[in-house]
Design a binder for this molecule. Sequence first.
Ligand SMILES: NC(=O)c1ccc[n+]([C@@H]2O[C@H](COP(=O)([O-])OP(=O)(O)OC[C@H]3O[C@@H](n4cnc5c(N)ncnc54)[C@H](OP(=O)(O)O)[C@@H]3O)[C@@H](O)[C@H]2O)c1
Length: 251
Amino acid sequence: MSEHKVTALVTGASAGLGLEFCRQLAARCDVIVAVARRKERLVALAQELDGSVEMHCLQADLGTIEGVARTLEAIRQQGPVDYLVNNAGFGTFGNFDASSIESQRAMVNLHIDTTITLCRAAIPFMRERGGGTIINVSSLGAFVPGKGMAVYGASKAFLNYYSLALQDELAGSGIAVQALCPGFTRTEFHDQMAEDGFDRERIPARMWMTAQAVVEVSLAALGSGQVLVVPGEDNRAMARFGLQQQSDSLQ
Ligand SMILES: NC(=O)c1ccc[n+]([C@@H]2O[C@H](COP(=O)([O-])OP(=O)(O)OC[C@H]3O[C@@H](n4cnc5c(N)ncnc54)[C@H](OP(=O)(O)O)[C@@H]3O)[C@@H](O)[C@H]2O)c1
């Protein structure tokens, strides 16, 4: 029997948090399958990590059935994947009734359909092996519904509820589920939103975190049993405020 290689599959690995997950998981893994549409970025990352981990670059559009199918095939071939990081995502900015329904549906598809599909494929292998880790990259926006980001926040709230229930269902399996809920993080995420009118300058400097710090918090929380992980004290205060507002609205 061949020796098991500790393997991670990271979606959205060509930039921001996904790229940083690959960098930090390289210390824990033998193999990383990095998935995104921009192949040249993945190849550059593979070159950067050359020697520390075996990298597989999978160019796939996870908004398409074909791209998801090829990623599922990678999970099947690598199975069991030890770390599944569902990170690929994007945000739009603008009032819902002024937005294109195609962009909103594409966001729901990528954040929700793709995530549950990859989880459904990976979990049986993890169960068979008796362990594994799933990190679903959610958002602080899941706690604080925001004008201009109605569908975005709702899609991330789905990931929180889904991750909490999934962890309950997987109790005793050795599989850990985390919904990572970053606040403002310096990545390429806001580039398109800025073109749509989002003003980065309105966010106080102390609210911004680096991708490196966010991923460090995520990985450090593994093993704690914590499902909802909100990096940063200010962000945790914001999340509590959002939950309190929901609670107050029931009275
Ligand atoms: N930055 C923040 O402030 C922040 C806050 C809370 C949550 N988040 C969440 O963090 C996650 C990562 O975002 P980020 O901040 O790292 O943004 P980013 O720098 O824009 O990176 C997004 C990644 O997702 C990939 N991606 C997007 N659409 C894809 C598709 N259809 N198929 C495959 N890959 C796709 C991109 O790769 P390609 O373009 O090469 O395909 C890229 O690698 C997202 O889920 C986002 O919602 C971010």
